[in-house]
Design a protein around this ligand. Structure first.
Ligand SMILES: [Zn+2]
Length: 367
């Protein structure tokens, strides 16, 4: 590392540290990051001058003079995230503290035609219209349910959008900001704090079931960008038909769509039935938790790492960790507790947040 690179790395490290704290002090930064006080002082001075961090009151200290408390200025920069699905477009605006400051979800059927790119462009302009200083927008991250080649800006394959070798260049050109594309499950995992997790599996339990995992805080893409497709592991030989063409895939049992039938229109409605004790729904829910428990147990055996329950179902499962945990324990005799089973940080639009975060992290990394 050159001297200049080292200087940048130190500043990024300090900013990352401050982002993850509500507020902190120069002494605390120096202690926790193992940096000399002069290094901390000069970096903090520079960050304050630029407006990236702000003084936000006094910091509690044990006796003596109270130290000035500092925190990140969340409105210094923003990034937008978009989730594209077969029938919807979700949009979020995320600040430098990784908080969603605005979100919207619109029904729009995906189409591979040029007109769709135009529609997205109009939606984005409408969504961003009250943003006064557009230069504060770092870029737009777009989450796509499919296998993405990021270098060639190509969707290699998407069952959900019925695409194969589809160029994303038109979509990119239709937007007036730098664009980054990501697979939906990978993006959802990126929404989590990978400084905390390091090694973890993310189950993105939406209408379809995507997966991702990270090793040493970095997403593991696999040789062909296909790693983490847990949804298409066979859970029940000869079982339910999966949209991918195979039978018995985990997707057909653990995705949110597994809970919807002719009696229920949406997962929200299904969960309402569970809360009101509708017997048929309860039977189905037991079965759902059971299959999910088998999958969790198998993944834990293979990877020995934390498993994060995400996606639409991840949000609902927060209230059902006890019955799910009991089932997991029945299948897994190797672990004596379930601390490895985690709830996701963003119950809604995690993929959009993760895709947006790409630009925020890039910005921090270049400081
Ligand atoms: Zn499948």
């Amino acid at each position: 590392m050159s001297g200049l690179e080292k200087k940048f790395a130190t500043k990024s490290k300090i900013v990352n540290y401050i982002i993850n704290k509500q507020n902190t002090s120069k002494v605390e930064i120096s202690k926790d990051l193992n940096l000399s006080m002069p290094t901390v002082l000069s970096n903090v001075k520079d960050l304050l001058e630029k407006g990236i961090i702000i003084e936000n009151g006094e910091y509690e200290s044990t006796g003596g003079r109270k130290a000035k408390s500092i925190g990140i200025n969340p409105s210094y920069r923003y990034a937008m995230g978009i989730v594209i699905t077969a029938n919807h477009v979700g949009m979020v605006l995320v600040n430098l503290k990784y908080e969603i400051v605005k979100s919207d979800r619109i029904r729009l059927k995906f189409s591979p035609d040029m007109s769709y790119c135009g529609q997205i462009s109009t939606l984005v302009e409408e969504f961003l219209k009250d943003m006064k200083q557009r230069e504060e927008l770092l870029g737009i991250g777009i989450s796509i349910p499919g296998i993405i080649n990021q270098d060639q800006h190509l969707v290699i394959k998407s069952h959900a959008l019925k695409l194969e070798n589809y160029s994303l260049s038109f979509l990119e050109q239709a937007l007036s900001a730098p664009v980054y594309f990501s697979n939906d499950a990978n993006a959802a995992m990126m929404a989590e704090d990978l400084n905390i997790y390091k090694n973890a599996i993310y189950l993105s339990l939406n209408q379809t079931f995507g997966g991702a995992f990270c090793i040493n805080g970095k997403l593991f893409p696999g040789e062909n960008q296909k790693a983490g497709e847990f949804g298409h592991m066979i859970l029940v030989p000869g079982g339910r038909k999966c949209y991918c063409g195979k039978s018995g895939c985990a997707d057909a049992y653990c995705a949110a769509s597994a809970l919807i039938d002719e009696n229920t229109e949406s997962v929200e409605q299904f969960m309402q039935q569970i809360r009101s004790g509708v017997e048929e729904a309860e039977v189905k829910w037991e079965e759902y938790l059971d299959y999910l428990a088998i999958l969790i147990s198998n993944l834990r055996m293979a990877y020995d790492m934390d498993i994060i329950l995400g996606g639409e179902m991840g949000g609902y499962l927060i209230d059902y960790m006890v019955p799910l945990g009991e089932k997991v324990m029945q299948y897994n005799g190797f672990d004596h507790d379930l601390r490895y089973l985690k709830n996701c940080s963003y119950k809604k639009e995690a993929s959009a947040v993760g895709a947006a975060k790409h630009f925020l992290q890039e910005f921090i990394g270049k400081m």
